[in-house]
Write a protein that binds this ligand. Sequence first.
Ligand code: GLU
Length: 427
Amino acid sequence: MAELVQHYLDRIRAEQIELRDGALASYIPELSTVDPESFGLSLSTSDGYVYESGDTAVEFTIQSISKPFTYALALELIGQDAVDAKIGVEPSGEAFNEISVDNVTKTPKNAMINAGAIAAVSLVPGAGADDRFDRILEFYSACAGRRLHVDMDVYGSEKATGNRNRAIAYMLASFGVLDDDPDEVLDVYFRQCSVRVTSTDLARMATTLARGGCNPMTGRRVSGAKVVRRTLSVMVTCGMYDATGDWVSAVGMPAKSGVGGGIVAVLPGQLGIGVYSPRLDARGNSVRGVEVCRNLSSQLGLHFLSVTRESSSTLRAVFEVSPGVRVYEVHGDLLFAGAEQVLRTAERDRDSYDVAVLDVTRVDDINDAARAMLTGMRANLAAAGKEAYLVDPDGRVVPADRRHEYDAIVFCTLEEAVEAARQWGAS
Ligand code: GLU
């Protein structure tokens, strides 16, 4: 299996190797000195296994891919309300370095454009620039699972030429978005953009987000699931400069690109991708990177809005084991929609049984909404003079330590449940 996936990745990368469109970023002079041919593709699965193809050990600067991570850190450290007071969550439709704020709120429109990213830096608590940056670097490193470093040449180059970002920072200060010295905040921002990563680092950072904030390689939880959900939401709507609509339709993964030539893409719950190829299109996205992600998505079926399972698949089988006793075999991952389907089917049939036995032995994963619905079925049927039992040997639906929370009758085997159901019918 591993070989097959490796083969896919090698092929998808090879398909783009002749693509030499685009140009290196040059507005930060040092960025134009990198090897334009470098091309690395890494994919990390949710359990931390990494596939690598091409120049995956080449380091480049993270640039704007830093933005979602600093945003996540700010959310984690000071909470969503405090962050929302200073940074919006609306796509701007403008270039990343636009000197603009929202007309009404006078705050940056989102954290993926420079104005929002500079504001996010200022929201990370710290006693001075070094302290603040240490926290940021430590967070990126925890996401990547290794200690990352700053490229001092790129940092110096951007600091020397970053007047546009200075204009943005001073504008933010004038609107009261930045409470601290704009130059100090900018210094941290320039440093964070200059952190060196490889495509494999990006894949690992992506997988940490895909896993809801837990780094699969180190096992360390670096951020809460809610923070990750918010971060990924903003990546979906604002992550690919002003080409986000195209990207979401064609690739369909929360992502962020940077003018260093990297792209990070996250398939929630499943995997993380990192690509590096430094020639950029007019919008600032890696030309080969975008193509590789498009092909990965279409060839491996990664679009996050693909409807992979038919809704009917939740119910594996429905059968009558004895007069008045009907078994509903439920399987797969059960969220709201699946549970609703089970309930509706059982409800529709209720004139044809006395006891419904819900066999959830093959349920893999379930959320609290689905749990409440399945266990609520009993009370629902009671009104019609019917009964419902659960067969839940592993405690998937009703965990052993939470039995008291639910009004459910739980059995370990189908035989026990059917026997009890027969007796219930006879009584
Ligand atoms: N350091 C770059 C800037 O602020 C990052 C830009 C980017 O990658 O979009 O101009």
